[in-house]
Design a protein around this ligand. Structure first.
Ligand code: ASP
Ligand code: MG
Length: 408
């Protein structure tokens, strides 16, 4: 049959009872004849608890030691899951990242996977065993334990699937798939049967938290079909895959993402001469502040306005930096607004359809929502609006692009 990598997140293994439910699920697939490699996260809350312990000793723990500490969370889960599998008659073996040679660089707490030696896992699979691997961790060249960054078990799952050339990587979580938008905002948000890697990547970087961004990048790069499903209910979930060129009827818009964590800064009355953008943004990036959208108008009377957005947490810091820059470059003033949000429509179908932007703007204007900034890519249009209109905007766009109705 096929080889499936199944990843279970923290809430799915949050108690020993839930671990036993996971074992039943895994056994069901095994009994159908599939080869199964399972990747697990730490029990929910455990990684935070461990980081808390470290912080009760020091504000800035050494990265190597922090990784030795936090990697224990996943080690607990692999052992418990194997016990649960064995108890119901399913042969299983647990492995830490190092034991199955998940080789990473030495960037502690945010390591990148360089290579995986699948032999040990293949040997076990050939003997009919379920292989259970600790997510989120690896080992560097020198044998030091490393971790892959928060939420990194998703990446472990995808990386193992790529290394073993698995037929599918299934990510079990507490939602039953990827939705057209957040169901807490739009009642009739719909679970998507399918979404492309590119769209998922946009959705993830625009604020949808279903999957770690890196795992989606990885899956796209190695073309690993990825499926997001619920560990608590049965269902097909959402398949994340390459664009289906055969299928001409791609929906124009697949989803609506939004982000409340943004703030907007405008340097007004900037001299319209070469080098100004760099003079404004270099000190901002030197302060490690990430800039998202950037808009600069065409100059009138040798003056222009320069606007960009940053994370709301960095608003005050950026504002202080700009105050200095503004007087240096002879700008008129700095205007800040932290009560904004970003709403984006995402869809590969946009590439082949005209009029998507005007449909979006028309829907927003019908509700009297003022657009403050616009940015576009091939498969996305984002607008910045007043945060008080966030829900209204998302609902209007969901309706305007007919996302509640299942495509034929
Ligand atoms: N346990 C790690 C975390 O909480 C990794 C993961 O859950 O994916 O970030
Ligand atoms: Mg997680």
């Amino acid at each position: 049959m096929s080889l499936i990598v199944q990843k279970f997140g923290g809430t799915s293994v949050g108690t020993t009872e839930r671990i036993q439910n996971v074992a039943k699920k895994v056994k069901k697939f095994r009994d159908e004849g599939h080869d199964i490699v399972v990747v697990v996260s730490a029990m929910s809350g455990e990684t935070n608890r461990l980081i808390g312990l470290a912080n009760s000793i020091t504000e800035e723990p050494d990265g190597r030691e922090l990784d030795v500490l936090v990697s224990t969370g996943e080690q607990v889960t692999i052992a418990l899951l194997c016990m649960a599998l064995q108890k119901i008659g399913c042969e299983a073996r647990s492995y830490t990242g190092g034991q199955v040679r998940i080789l990473t660089d030495s960037a502690f707490t945010k390591a990148r996977i360089l290579d995986i030696d699948g032999q040990r896992m293949r040997d076990d699979l050939a003997k009919g065993r379920v292989v259970v691997v600790a997510g989120f961790q690896g080992e560097d060249e020198a044998g030091n334990i490393t971790t892959l960054g928060r939420g990194g078990s998703d990446t472990t799952g995808v990386a193992l699937a790529a290394a073993l050339k698995a037929d599918e990587c299934q990510i079990y979580t507490d939602v039953d798939g990827v939705y057209t938008t957040d169901p807490r905002v739009v009642d009739d948000a719909r679970r998507l049967d399918k979404i492309t890697f590119e769209e998922m990547l946009e959705m993830a970087s625009l604020g949808s938290k279903v999957l770690q961004i890196r795992s989606v990048e990885f899956a796209g790069k190695y073309n690993v079909p990825l499926r997001v499903l619920s560990s608590f209910e049965d269902g097909p979930g959402t398949l994340i895959t390459t664009e289906d060129i055969e299928n001409m009827e791609q929906p124009i818009v697949s989803g609506i993402a939004f982000n409340r964590d943004e703030a907007k800064l405008t340097v007004a009355g900037v001299p319209d001469v070469p080098g100004i953008a760099s003079k404004i943004l270099t000190p901002v990036s030197d302060a490690n502040i990430e800039v998202d959208m950037i808009v600069q108008n065409v100059g009138v009377d040798n003056r222009t306005d320069f606007t960009f957005t940053v994370h709301r947490n960095e608003f005050k810091k950026a504002q202080a930096i700009l105050a200095g820059v503004a007087s240096e470059i002879g700008a008129r003033e700095v205007i800040g607004d932290s009560k904004i949000c970003k709403v984006s429509i995402v869809g590969v179908g946009m590439r082949s359809h005209a009029g998507v932007a005007s449909r979006m703007f028309k829907a927003l204007s019908a509700d009297g929502i003022n657009i403050q900034m616009i940015s576009t890519s091939e498969i996305k249009i984002s607008v910045v609006i007043d945060e008080k209109y966030l829900e209204l905007a998302v609902r209007s766009l969901h309706t305007a692009f007919e996302l509640s109705e299942k495509p034929a």
